[in-house]
Design a protein around this ligand. Structure first.
Ligand SMILES: C[S@@+](CC[C@H](N)C(=O)[O-])C[C@H]1O[C@@H](n2cnc3c(N)ncnc32)[C@H](O)[C@@H]1O
Length: 220
């Protein structure tokens, strides 16, 4: 079960998405931690009439773009603060938001999806042995599971601690995340019924920062 207090705290620190991207678009899909970088929603292979589920949708920026493509856009997040921000900005898009834990939603919802994705979201912060079987059950045949987050630190694999800082006189809050090298993600996905998975690290854009983004895509 996700730590709601930690994620509500994170929500207060996370700035709003810009009004437009570098191309002047009001909605766009961003898989990486860098603006105007990396592939877009084509990774999901969805369009009008399709449906996509965002696990850990946060303030809803990517989900708004899914809705703009004409797909049914469903978002799940444990943080009320994140979902309030999503509602405040994107209520006119038709996106559907649920405040609940990702694994619980997948277990309790009867809805199937053409795509399930997670951008630095619940897939990173949930044990894959719990979440992947639950996703597998809700993904339509041929559907796409895709997720992104920071690559692992070399030698630090499996469950790791992530710190959400607070003021100087307060301890940071801690959430758990699961880190693996790309080849290990491909094996884990195969073990959970996703035989055709690819995983790669997208390089950081030119500049002072060097940490890339792990992008994983599997077809059900
Ligand atoms: C780092 S933020 C990323 C948010 C968004 N995907 C983005 O790209 O801005 C992680 C989000 O995942 C949510 N989250 C973490 N664990 C979750 C879980 N088990 N179920 C649902 N949401 C979760 C948090 O509340 C938070 O909004």
């Amino acid at each position: 079960m996700a730590d709601i207090k930690a994620w509500d705290t994170y929500a207060q620190q996370k700035p709003e998405r810009r009004p437009t991207n570098a191309r002047g678009e009001t909605t766009w899909f961003n898989w990486t931690q860098y603006p105007d970088h990396g592939p877009g929603a084509e990774v999901l292979g969805i369009g009008p009439g399709g449906s996509a589920l965002d696990l850990g949708c946060g303030k809803g920026g990517n989900l708004a773009h899914v809705a703009a493509l004409g797909a049914r856009a469903v978002g799940v997040d444990v943080s009320l603060a994140q979902l309030k921000a999503a509602e405040a900005r994107w209520s006119d898009t038709g996106m559907v938001l649920h405040r609940t834990d990702a694994a619980r939603f997948l277990a309790e919802s009867g809805e199937d999806f053409d795509a399930v994705y997670s951008v630095f979201g619940a897939v990173w912060f949930t044990d894959p042995d719990v979440l992947l079987p639950a996703i597998r059950r809700r993904l339509r045949p041929g559907g796409v599971l895709a997720f992104s987050h920071r690559p692992p630190v070399e030698g630090c694999y499996g469950c790791q601690a992530s710190y959400i800082n607070r003021s100087e006189d307060q301890d940071p809050l801690v959430v758990k995340r699961w880190d693996y090298e790309p080849h290990r993600w491909v094996e884990i996905l195969r073990e959970h019924g996703f035989p055709a998975a690819t995983a790669r690290v997208l390089p950081a854009p030119p500049g002072p920062r060097t940490v890339g983004t792990l992008l994983v895509r599997a077809q059900g």
